[in-house]
Design a protein around this ligand. Structure first.
Ligand code: ZN
Length: 80
């Protein structure tokens, strides 16, 4: 579910930059287990497209995609 207001602004991909998480979620296929509401807002970065996500992952290779909401993409390739 996309969210309005800061820091989400109805954008699609949410990056949790908390050093303890470092996970990217797809809010369009968000699951309960994503616990988006628990992510600290000051750690949130939003992205709009899959290519922005791919680029982010290339530049930050210690990040993971969320296994709950991004499994489809996870299945299709080992990189993302
Ligand atoms: Zn997720």
């Amino acid at each position: 579910m996309r969210r309005k207001g800061e820091p989400y602004n109805r954008r699609r991909y949410l990056v949790d930059t908390n050093p303890l998480s470092k996970v990217i979620h797809d809010l369009e296929s968000e699951k309960k287990s994503c616990n988006i509401h628990k992510i600290i807002k000051s750690y949130v970065i939003m992205l709009d497209t899959k290519s922005q996500v791919n680029r982010f992952l290339l530049l930050n290779n210690d990040y993971n995609i969320c296994k709950c909401c991004m499994t489809e993409k996870h299945k299709n390739s080992n990189k993302i």
